[in-house]
Design a protein around this ligand. Structure first.
Ligand code: PEP
Length: 252
C-alpha cells in the first residue's frame, strides 16, 4: 500500500516571520491527520525556523532545490549535504526551475543522484508544456524526462514523482482527474520498464497543478494518483488543511 503524500511548495513566498505564522496555523491540525504523509517545503531561509516548530510532530520538511555539488566555490548555492542536515525531502526539476533557471535533463539527473547519495528523498517533477500537450506529445515528453533523469540512479524506492503539467501550474486550470490518472498510469508503466516492476508498484506519483480544496476529491478518487504537490493553495492554512484532511478520508 502506498501512503498518500501531500506536499506544500511555498515557492518564493513568505518571509521568515510569515512562515512562522503559517506553520503555527497549520501545525496542530496537520499533526492530527493520519494516513497521509505531510510535507512542507518553505524557502531555504525559513527551513530552520519551520523545523523547530514541527519538531516532534508528524509533519515533514522539504527544500525546494539543491545544487548537485557537496560543497565548494558556488556562491549563493545550497548543497545537498546542507539540506540533508535539515530536511527529509527535496523538490527537484520543478518546471519553474527548468523554465527560468534553464535546468535541463542532465542537471536534473545530477541533482537527483546527489540528493539520493546523501539520503534525501527527492520529489522529482516532470510534465509537458501546453504546446506539447496540444500536439499530443505528453507521453513522449514525460518519457524523455524520466529517461534522462533516472538513468543509473541508486535507491529508486526513495523517490517520489510529481506529474505536473506545466499549463496547470499556477494557472487555476487544473487537469481533470481522468487526464491526470491516465498520464500517471503511463508514468508508472514507464517506471516499471526503467526501474523494475516492484519499484513501479512502490513509488508514489503525485499530481500537481492548481490543486485546491474544491478539486482535491477529483484527484484523490483516482487509483493511480498517490497525492498532490500543492503550490498556491498551500499558502492558505485552512485550504491546505482541507486538502490533507480530504485525502486522508478518501484514502482510508
Ligand atoms: C507547484 O508549485 O508545484 C504547483 C503545482 O503550483 P500550483 O498548485 O499553484 O499550481
Amino acid at each position: 500500500m502506498r501512503v498518500p503524500m501531500i506536499a506544500g511548495n511555498w515557492k518564493m513566498n513568505t518571509t521568515v516571520g510569515e512562515a512562522i505564522k503559517l506553520v503555527s496555523e497549520l501545525c496542530q491540525g496537520l499533526d492530527k491527520i493520519g494516513n497521509v504523509e505531510k510535507v512542507l517545503c518553505p524557502p531555504f531561509v525559513s527551513l530552520t525556523a519551520v523545523r523547530e516548530l514541527i519538531k516532534g510532530s508528524s509533519i515533514k520538511l522539504g527544500a525546494q532545490n539543491i545544487h548537485f555539488e557537496p560543497k565548494g566555490a558556488y556562491t549563493g548555492e545550497i548543497s545537498p549535504l546542507m539540506i540533508a542536515d535539515l530536511c527529509e525531502f527535496v523538490i527537484i526539476g520543478h518546471s519553474e526551475r527548468r523554465q527560468y533557471f534553464h535546468e535541463n535533463g542532465e542537471i536534473v539527473s545530477k541533482k537527483l543522484t546527489a540528493a539520493l547519495a546523501v539520503g534525501l528523498k527527492p520529489i522529482l517533477c516532470i510534465g509537458e508544456r501546453l504546446k506539447e500537450n496540444e500536439a499530443g506529445r505528453t507521453e513522449e515528453v514525460v518519457t524523455e524526462q524520466l529517461t534522462s533523469s533516472l538513468a543509473g540512479i541508486d535507491y529508486p524506492d526513495d523517490l517520489v514523482i510529481a506529474y505536473e503539467p506545466v499549463w496547470a501550474i499556477g494557472t487555476g486550470k487544473a487537469a481533470t482527474g481522468e487526464q491526470a490518472n491516465g498520464t500517471i498510469g503511463f508514468i508508472r508503466r514507464s517506471i516499471s520498464q526503467l526501474l523494475g516492476k516492484s519499484t513501479a508498484q512502490n513509488i508514489r506519483i503525485l499530481y500537481g497543478g492548481s490543486v485546491t480544496a474544491a478539486n482535491t476529491a477529483e484527484f484523490m478518487n483516482q487509483p493511480e494518483i498517490d497525492g498532490a504537490l500543492v503550490g498556491g493553495a498551500s499558502l492558505k492554512a485552512a485550504e491546505f488543511l482541507s486538502i490533507v484532511k480530504q485525502t486522508s478520508e478518501l484514502r482510508r
